[in-house]
Design a protein around this ligand. Structure first.
Ligand code: NDP
Ligand code: OXD
Length: 319
């Protein structure tokens, strides 16, 4: 049997980790790693499968014979708008380790706001013994936007902690013990929410979605006093100037952001200095390379056996 063509890999994160994991991945077919200078000039026309994260703009011209595209992450907005994107299946990354990491981040951020960790940090630095009486989690309603793979896991884990949890998604979901809302019921969802958690993909509908109009519809005078905004979906879903003014004007009592309109976040961005705002550098749920390559191997094997691919992107809705 001839050796099958190598998997084309164009991933713009953690090049050392990717190179290390590629040494063991795809043993039957090998790979072309565009982060590797020795591979950069190679002819890509033989490649049938491409694993991509923020690929080169001319990738589809150089690799015209692809059969399946794999996203290096759960989101696919980095591919969907690309020029020359072929009409072939796009598979996103769905994996236990990524889901678990995101829920850890979400639960941690909700707890940091619940327990006023920002104030505790300040007191510690000043060597002040200052007790703060926090509400119980059950007194606070967390509203999760996006009830997909990540949202559903976060909902389950927030409930274990004891938060009251509600959820919102384009199409309504049935979740035991959780009030859910569909896209048309946005205002009712926001009016019941003390901590808003954004786990939405970036699409035309969700671009610029978290703005001052939305923040003003969140519940005021809940157990935390003022609502909190948490976003780990995509930065371009948020209007950052509106977050800044909402925090400064007291419309929001705090925020946690893992994603930003422009990444890395510029050192002069006012978000860095806001009170009760926690920022993380888009590392809420990184893709672990070994798990990512295993997932691609599994999907290629399914595809070649004639079985349906899993975790397919619906291009009509953009995620
Ligand atoms: P899924 O596709 O599984 O879920 C997306 C959810 O968003 C679905 O519930 C969907 O509704 C809902 N949704 C999409 N568009 C709308 C809309 N216009 N109005 C209302 N609801 C909408 O995605 P995942 O849960 O796997 O991932 C979500 C996003 O998280 C990714 O796209 C990515 O941007 C981000 N992410 C961020 C990471 C980080 O480290 N910060 C890591 C991984 C992912 P419905 O159920 O009706 O389809
Ligand atoms: C993803 C991400 O989409 O890391 O997986 O942002």
């Amino acid at each position: 049997m001839p050796t099958p063509p190598p998997v084309l890999v164009d991933i713009k994160f953690n090049p050392e980790g990717v190179a290390r994991a590629l040494e063991k991945a795809f043993p039957d077919r090998g790979s072309i790693n565009l982060a590797n200078p020795a591979d950069r000039g190679r002819d890509l026309s033989e490649a049938e499968y491409a694993l991509l994260w923020k690929p080169d703009a001319d990738l589809f011209v150089r690799a015209p014979n692809l059969k399946v595209i794999f996203s290096g992450g759960a989101g696919v907005d980095h591919i969907i708008g690309m020029n020359g994107l072929p009409e072939i299946p796009i598979v996103r990354f769905v994996d236990r380790s990524l889901t678990t990491r995101m829920s850890e981040w979400v639960v941690m951020q909700c707890l940091m706001h619940l327990r006023a960790q920002y104030s505790h940090d300040i007191h510690q630095r000043r060597r002040q013994w200052a007790k703060l009486i926090a509400p119980e989690a059950a007194e606070v309603t967390v509203g999760v936007m996006g009830l997909g793979i990540l949202g559903l896991d976060a909902v389950a884990k927030l409930k274990v902690i004891g938060f009251s949890v509600i959820g919102w998604s384009r199409t309504r979901k049935e979740i035991d013990g959780v009030e859910t809302f569909d896209a048309g019921a946005l205002d009712g969802f926001l009016a019941s929410t003390d901590i808003l958690v954004g786990l939405l993909p970036l699409t035309p509908e969700t671009t610029g979605f978290y703005d001052s109009g939305l923040f003003k519809k969140l519940r005021r005078n809940g157990a935390l006093g003022r609502p909190v905004f948490i976003n780990a979906g995509r930065g371009r879903s948020q209007v950052e100037a509106d977050i800044v003014s909402a925090i400064r004007d007291g419309i929001l009592g705090g925020a946690s952001l893992d994603v930003f309109v422009a990444e890395p976040l510029g050192s002069d961005n006012p978000l860095w200095e806001l009170e009760n705002v926690f920022l993380t550098p888009h590392d809420a749920a990184v893709s672990e390379e070994n798990a990512l390559f295993r997932h691609v191997e599994t999907q290629i094997a399914r595809f070649e056996r004639g079985e349906p691919l899993q975790f397919l992107v619906d291009r009509a809705v953009g995620y």
